[in-house]
Design a protein around this ligand. Structure first.
Ligand code: AMP
Ligand code: GLY
Length: 440
């Protein structure tokens, strides 16, 4: 089993911090670099703020100078822009799909088209580029319907519309007023599904998918799922309704058919394939595919993976995932996980998700760590005196594990309570709606 000893993670957020922390702690991994990263990651990795994830020449120079054996691409932007293609073209080993496969996330119209051919269960829907035709279709479906901007919109391009008037407004915003720029030049209109959501993320190569345990994200800013959509305000894992057997079933019905169809088209997927699902009365339905790990799902999931991840990511990148998984004793479709539960709480800056405020000094980090929580950094910068200040929307994620979901949430919140910065935003009901504890 080959372990890459020098790894580069591309990205800046909590997900990339969790990846760097996890990989740096594994046997055989000698050095982890993060570019551009953030100053909160310096404890676990060599941070290279001078190298942007989308500047291929600079990334290639870093790979050569530091003898990097594996590049792990964190966020969707560089993947959709073809950074993985450009690195592979120069012989670099990359975990993360080429642009042709990342389009599964980069275009919701493309995703629907491929998913339809692959026979994946999803809401009735179609693709439109004019308000009149989209509205006629919405009328036929009858509200509630969902209007989705086709392209990447940072989680903000989806509107659930309860009336035709709301649908018309959402369609006008996207198609006429360009509220999402070019991402909204086309839209998907879908029937609204009812149920609870779950994320199933699988490590994939061209033909093999191995899942992490299911996770649940909390996407709205406010408690009780109120307020605007965000990138995700907290997550927990595992999800009670999705045991290993059901996760294996989801792999079979969602991930594997998409892998097969992408490979058939000559755009094989190699990376983390994220299925966002609605668990409806009629079974799971696809909401979206993402071409990467979720944030904050990764922060919740990675600490609990009970087999070494570095050799698996390398194997996925080199199209030998099935053999590597077998050699690690992964007999089932799901990676072995440590016993217990994991809860991740996001602390966001004042003004998030609109215009996050920068420069608020963050206090209490040592106290939070003393509560045995993991601290993963996202939107932060270092001041002249080396103190960390807010510098982005989702500032940090606190992660705790416990024997029960309640206990894990208790621990994560105890740690989160130690952190202080002006305007801090935090949901108090992460993982708690699931266990009937309710909002405190
Ligand atoms: P997406 O980016 O497609 O995952 O959409 C973002 C969020 O919009 C999802 O997490 C759901 O909460 C919601 N959503 C998307 N599609 C639907 C649907 N067909 N029915 C109900 N809610 C949806
Ligand atoms: N947490 C949702 C996402 O990463 O897309």
């Amino acid at each position: 089993m080959r372990t890459p000893s020098r790894i580069l993670v591309l990205g800046t957020g909590g997900r990339e911090n969790a990846l760097a922390w996890r990989l740096a702690g594994e046997r055989g991994v000698e050095a982890v670099f993060v570019a551009p990263g953030n100053p909160g990651m310096r404890d676990v990795a060599q941070v290279r703020p001078d190298v942007r994830a989308d500047e291929v020449t600079a990334v290639l120079a870093l790979v050569a100078a530091e003898s990097i054996e594996l590049v792990v691409v964190g966020p969707e932007g560089p993947l959709v822009d073809g950074v993985a293609d450009a690195l592979r073209a120069e012989g670099v080993v990359v975990f993360g799909p080429d642009a042709g496969a990342a389009r599964i996330e980069g275009s919701k119209a493309f995703c629907r088209e491929v998913a339809t051919v692959a026979g994946i269960p999803m809401a009735e829907g179609d693709v439109f580029d004019s308000v009149a035709s989209a509205l006629a279709y919405a009328q036929r479906l009858r509200p509630p319907v969902v209007v989705k901007a086709d392209g990447l919109a940072g989680g903000k391009g989806v509107t659930v519309c309860h009336t035709l008037e709301e649908a018309e407004a959402a369609l006008t915003d996207a198609l006429v007023l360009s509220a999402f720029g070019t991402a909204g030049r086309r839209v998907v209109v879908e029937r609204a599904l009812v149920g609870r959501e779950a994320s199933v993320i699988a490590l994939c190569d061209a033909t093999t998918a191995v899942a992490l345990p299911a996770a649940r994200d909390h996407k709205r800013l406010g408690e009780g799922d109120s307020g605007p959509n965000t990138g995700g305000m907290g997550a927990y894992s595992p999800v009670a309704e999705l045991d290993a057997e059901l996760v294996a079933d989801i792999l079979e019905r969602f991930h594997r058919p998409i892998l097969a169809e992408l490979a058939r088209r000559g755009t094989a997927f190699r990376g983390a394939l994220y299925a966002g699902l609605m668990l409806t009365e009629d079974g799971p339905r696809l909401l979206e595919f993402n071409a990467r790990f979720g944030d904050p799902e990764a922060q919740a999931l990675l600490p609990g993976v009970a087999v070494p991840l570095a050799p698996l990511l390398l194997a996925a990148a080199e199209d030998r995932l099935a053999a590597a998984a077998t050699r690690l004793g992964v007999a089932e479709s799901t990676l072995p996980a440590a016993a217990g539960h994991s809860v991740a709480i996001v602390l966001a800056a004042a003004g998030y998700p609109g215009r996050p405020r920068s420069g608020d000094v963050i206090e209490g980090v040592e106290d939070a760590r003393n509560e045995s929580a993991l601290v993963f950094w996202g939107g932060v910068a270092a001041r002249g005196d080396e103190r960390l200040v807010t510098a982005g929307g989702r500032v940090m994620t606190l992660v705790a594990r416990g024997p029960s979901l309640e206990e894990a949430a208790e621990r994560a919140y105890r740690a989160a309570g130690r952190i202080d910065f002006a305007g801090r935003q935090m949901r108090r009901d992460i993982a708690r709606s699931a266990v009937g504890v309710g909002v405190r």
